[in-house]
Design a protein around this ligand. Structure first.
Ligand SMILES: Cc1cc2nc3c(=O)[nH]c(=O)nc-3n(C[C@H](O)[C@H](O)[C@H](O)COP(=O)(O)OP(=O)(O)OC[C@H]3O[C@@H](n4cnc5c(N)ncnc54)[C@H](O)[C@@H]3O)c2cc1C
Length: 428
């Protein structure tokens, strides 16, 4: 007979785990059984995109809704031991943002961001060359032609430690964990609710479903007629080995917008780097259009045979790293991989109830979601139960916004309406 759960969470990445933990905690607080929350993961916990993040929690964000959520989440990370009942230590060396100076010796966008963030109590300040020199180890090259901003509260975690802590938290919470169990399809009641989940191992009945399957969501929920606009944008990561004599040097995260790369110190004497997500609407829409595998993209890139880094990509990263790091004369490749960011058409999250399926709630990232995990977990619990401040903020990210007008305009941006199939067809 099918097992009956209060809530089933599809996807055991950081967002699915955080959702399961928050909902189970709420159920327990109300005198219920935390094992009535079931977390279903087709691979192993944290084996999707969550196995690939850089462990960085930065709050400064040009999108003020996202910045507010990131601030709440960052404060929660510092108290994670109490929230998740799992030990996890943060490195607190802050972040330095670097850009080319404009004619006014600053950066127009970031000066504005500084003002905007001040009103949200987020520390992000323009600093002088001398101050930046003080905050950065001597082997990092900076120049007077660059401008610097300091985000002192940025945190860094060791992703391997995060994964251990997540497992520990799930074990202690008494959540029902179904690893290596793939959600295959759903059965709906006459009211339209998804009441049964057919997996590769069993059938699960439930009252609520959280979709935390990230880039896999479009394929899973297409089976119930939903179109979830998520695609994948490939990204490469390289870790360079440096001298262990420098191991004790602490280093802020470097958000290098001159070379378009993020750097952080990594494990034992490594410099970890990857390039940021593309942000222009044109590029985002192209990623959707050029990726005929959008639906299968996550599985495709996640396949072990597709994760290797090519020679030319390595050389590009080597050139960038050598420009910023004076101590890299000869590169020593330690490890690297290809992964992806999950992206939505407007690069904002998809959060909250689905307008078409009454008991389905979405919890999807958009590229940078690790840092939001504790806050999104609580938000999902609020959506399932009585609501609150986080679910109110989450309403700004409803999937409802991707209506047909939005999507039509989005597609027109791929290469301009004049090149669309529709126009070409009309000219035949
Ligand atoms: C190079 C890189 C660096 C990054 N650095 C940072 C960073 O420093 N800070 C930050 O905040 N973010 C960072 N990110 C982003 C972060 O990794 C992701 O936003 C986050 O891990 C997404 O988590 P998730 O739970 O939404 O998705 P995932 O971890 O992908 O979880 C989705 C899960 O669903 C499972 N699933 C799929 N299909 C099914 C099915 N049919 N049945 C059951 N389960 C299924 C998958 O196996 C997967 O485990 C980085 C990403 C990359 C690629």
């Amino acid at each position: 007979m099918a097992k009956k759960f209060h809530t089933v969470i599809v996807g055991g990445g950081c967002l699915g785990i955080a959702s399961a933990l928050s909902i189970a905690r709420k159920i327990k607080k109300n005198g219920g059984d935390p094992s009535s929350v079931c977390l279903v993961e087709k691979m192993v916990l944290g084996g999707g995109l969550t196995a690939r993040h850089s462990g960085i929690v930065r709050v400064a964000n040009a999108d003020s809704d996202a910045a507010q959520l990131a601030k709440i989440s960052s404060d929660m990370w510092l108290n994670i031991e109490n929230i998740w009942d799992a030990e996890l230590e943060a490195d607190r060396h802050g972040a330095i943002w670097i850009a080319k100076k404009n004619e006014n010796n600053g950066n127009t966008k970031w000066d504005l961001l500084e003002q905007q963030l001040k009103s949200s109590n987020i520390r992000f300040n323009s600093i002088s060359y001398d101050k930046a020199r003080d905050l950065l180890p001597g082997f990092i090259n900076i120049s007077q032609g660059e401008t610097f901003y300091h985000e002192p509260d940025a945190l860094q975690y060791d992703p391997a430690e995060v994964r251990r802590a997540l497992y520990e938290a799930v074990r202690r919470s008494q959540i029902t964990l179904e690893e290596k169990t793939e959600v295959l399809s759903f059965r709906r009641s006459s009211s339209g609710k998804l009441t049964e989940i057919v997996t590769s191992k069993n059938v699960l009945k439930c009252d609520h479903i959280i979709n935390a399957a990230g880039a896999w969501s479009p394929a899973i929920f297409a089976k119930v007629g939903l179109s979830i606009p998520v695609s994948v944008e490939p990204v490469y990561v390289v870790n360079w080995l440096t001298s262990l004599a420098e191991k004790k040097v602490t280093m802020p995260i470097i958000a290098d917008y001159v070379n378009r790369a993020y750097f952080r110190s990594w494990r034992d004497g490594e410099i970890h780097m990857h390039q940021p997500r593309k942000r222009a609407v044109q590029e985002t829409s192209t990623a959707f259009a050029e990726n005929p595998l959008a639906v299968l993209g996550a599985d495709f890139i996640n396949d072990p045979s597709n994760q290797a880094i090519g020679y030319s990509q390595n050389r590009v990263y080597e050139d960038i790293a050598k420009q910023r790091f004076g101590n890299i004369k000869q590169t020593i490749f330690s490890s690297g991989y290809r992964s992806f960011f999950d992206i939505t058409p407007d690069l904002r999250f998809i959060l909250g109830p689905d307008p078409k399926i009454p008991n389905l709630i979405h919890c999807l990232g958009s590229g940078q979601a690790f840092k939001y995990a504790p806050a999104f977990g609580e938000m999902m619990s609020e959506f399932v139960f009585e609501g609150g401040k986080l679910s109110d903020l989450g309403k700004n990210f409803s999937i409802d916004r991707f209506n047909s007008d939005f999507m039509e305009n989005f597609w027109k941006r791929v290469s301009g309406a004049e090149y669309s199939l529709e126009t070409e067809g009309a000219s035949l």
